[in-house]
Design a binder for this molecule. Structure first.
Ligand code: SF4
Length: 291
């Protein structure tokens, strides 16, 4: 029988909101070493790192904006997605009550906050995919509003930027997105880039790719090279932590290549802030693990 995972999902939400993954925190520690002590960039990173520690110790949200909850559920054959959805929604409402999450779901037409992070059928965002094997995996990302606002989508060719329908054009538009964002997406952050698809699938993929750990490279050498190049070029723009100037604007870049229609060439850029809250839970029989 399918277990009730509400309590486990609540714990997944608590961990995601209050404890930044180690690979992200390590990069922030590396970033502060590159900044001049006493500079605004150094100060911003100091505050960020202190905040991360406090949030973990006190089980409080890392940032006052607890973000859009985005769940990706990979379920074995035979599991009911209706039950999983209801357990996720119930866990999220409880997490809001316990203040692991700020009430963030606002009806865009009536400007009314639902108060429990549940809004219609669309909030939270839950993606289901059936997989081989017996393991259930739930991945959760809490994506801040500030960094979501600076996401961008380009349709190539883009004559304004001189960006054609090739990887050179992709490079130009991604750097344009970083330049336009300045510090508004709460740098330093991570770039999720999708090349191809339609407008919807391309944006979707640009977020999905953000679940990859920092430092993992695309298996396609062309894209792996572009990932490294974009990170290092973005860091020459001088935007720096929280836009105060400095060495680190982007911690890592993840790229996904997709198929496209002959008539379209979309590049979607999802930017996620330093509060890169993503965690995973796996269920094998009665064994539940969190990562
Ligand atoms: S963009 Fe990120 S760090 Fe900035 S306010 Fe939103 S959640 Fe917090």
């Amino acid at each position: 029988m399918q277990p009730d995972l509400t309590e486990n999902i609540l714990e997944l939400i608590r961990r995601t909101s209050t404890s930044l993954p180690a690979d992200v925190e390590d990069q922030l520690h590396a970033a502060i070493k590159k900044e001049t002590p006493g500079s605004a960039a150094h100060g911003a990173l100091e505050t960020i790192l202190k905040n991360i520690e406090l949030a973990r110790a006190q089980s409080t949200p890392i940032c006052q904006d607890t973000g859009t909850p985005i769940f990706y559920v990979y379920y074995p054959s035979g599991w009911s997605t209706l039950k999983l959805k209801s357990q996720i929604r119930s866990a999220l409402a409880q997490a809001t009550q316990k203040s692991y999450m700020r009430p963030n779901a606002v009806d865009a037409v009536y400007d009314k906050n639902s108060g429990n992070n549940l809004g219609g059928d669309d909030f939270p965002s839950i993606h289901f995919e059936e997989v081989e094997g017996d393991q259930l995996t739930i991945e959760l990302m809490l994506k801040g509003g500030g960094c979501e606002n600076v996401g961008a989508q380009y349709s190539l060719p883009d004559n304004r930027l001189g960006a054609g329908r090739d990887l050179g054009g992709v490079r130009k538009v991604v750097l344009d997105a970083v330049q336009r964002a300045q510090g508004q997406g709460c740098a330093p952050g991570i770039l999720g880039v999708a090349i191809g698809g339609d407008r919807g699938s391309s944006y979707y993929k640009s977020k999905e790719v953000l679940f990859e750990k920092i430092g993992t490279r695309n298996s396609d050498p062309k894209l792996a090279e572009l990932e490294e190049r974009l990170t290092s070029e973005a860091n020459t723009l001088g935007i720096g932590p929280m836009g105060f100037g400095g060495q680190t604007t982007v911690i890592d870049t993840k790229i996904a290549g997709m198929h496209r229609l002959p008539a379209s060439f979309f590049v979607s850029v999802s930017y996620i802030c330093w509060a890169y809250r993503r965690r995973k839970m796996t269920v094998n029989g009665t064994d539940v693990q969190y990562d």
